[in-house]
Ligand binder design. Structure first.
Ligand code: HEC
Ligand code: HEC
Length: 184
């Protein structure tokens, strides 16, 4: 009995870590999806049009650049086409419309083209993550109109896998397991 108890003490953290890694795999399937990475592009400031039916990965048409403002203030503001009010997003290839000022995230929230290990390392480190800690991440995911859009983009666009609730729950599972990354 004693030995069994000792074994359980060793195995319990291992299985928590396995659950945490499984949760992370589901989180990465979302974070690496074009509905998220087309905005989470990093310092190029160039949004992408991957996975919209134009074939291979490609930048946003019309030479759109978000600039330091992240809203295109230096050139053509995003809001000229992406109106900041909830829309039905029913017309294929029309500019998506949500109840939020359409813009790119800060440069450090760059996920496009990055490996699971890289994005994992970024997300668990507030210094590499625009100051978001894990509780802040969960809150952001639950409240963000951008994240809601990713799961329900309309107009024939492929949604990110799962739902807002699934993603929030997986982030909580991952955090509770000590936010493991592949290769730790
Ligand atoms: C239209 C652009 C856009 C899209 C699409 C988008 N985001 Fe973001 N995201 C942002 C902006 C802007 C921020 C910065 C925080 C803010 O201003 O709300 C952000 C911040 C975040 C953050 C918090 C910061 C961090 O990295 O820790 C998370 C998490 C996040 N986004 C997840 C997602 C997920 C998941 C998807 C896809 C389902 C997604 N985003 C799609 C624009 C976008
Ligand atoms: C001149 C009009 C116009 C401007 C200005 C514009 N966009 Fe777009 N954008 C579009 C159109 C149209 C689409 C839809 C393309 C499609 O679905 O085929 C689109 C799609 C996108 C997508 C892809 C969404 C997805 O689900 O994959 C992102 C990301 C994006 N725009 C970001 C931006 C950002 C950031 C800005 C400002 C820096 C901006 N756009 C400015 C017209 C515009």
């Amino acid at each position: 009995m004693k030995q069994l108890a000792a074994l359980m003490v060793v195995l319990a953290p291992l299985s928590a870590q396995a659950d945490g890694l499984a949760a992370w795999d589901r989180i990465y399937a979302v974070a690496s999806h074009p509905r998220c990475t087309n905005c989470h592009v990093g310092d190029s400031g160039r949004p992408a049009w991957d996975g919209l039916g134009y074939g291979a990965a490609r930048p946003h048409g019309m030479n759109i650049v978000a600039g330091e403002s992240r809203i295109g203030a230096e050139t053509i503001p995003c809001r000229v086409c992406h109106i900041g009010a909830a829309g039905p997003n029913a017309v294929p290839h029309a500019a998506p419309q949500i109840d939020e000022a359409w813009r790119l995230p800060p440069v450090e929230l760059a996920w496009r083209g990055k490996s699971s290990g890289d994005v994992c390392g970024q997300l668990r480190n507030p210094d590499a993550n625009d100051g978001f800690d894990l509780a802040g991440l969960v809150e952001h995911v639950q409240q963000s109109a951008f994240v809601r859009y990713g799961f329900n983009p309309g107009a024939g666009r492929v949604p990110a896998p799962g739902s807002v609730d699934d993603l929030a729950r997986d982030l909580q599972l991952w955090a509770a397991a000590g936010s493991p990354c592949v290769g730790d």
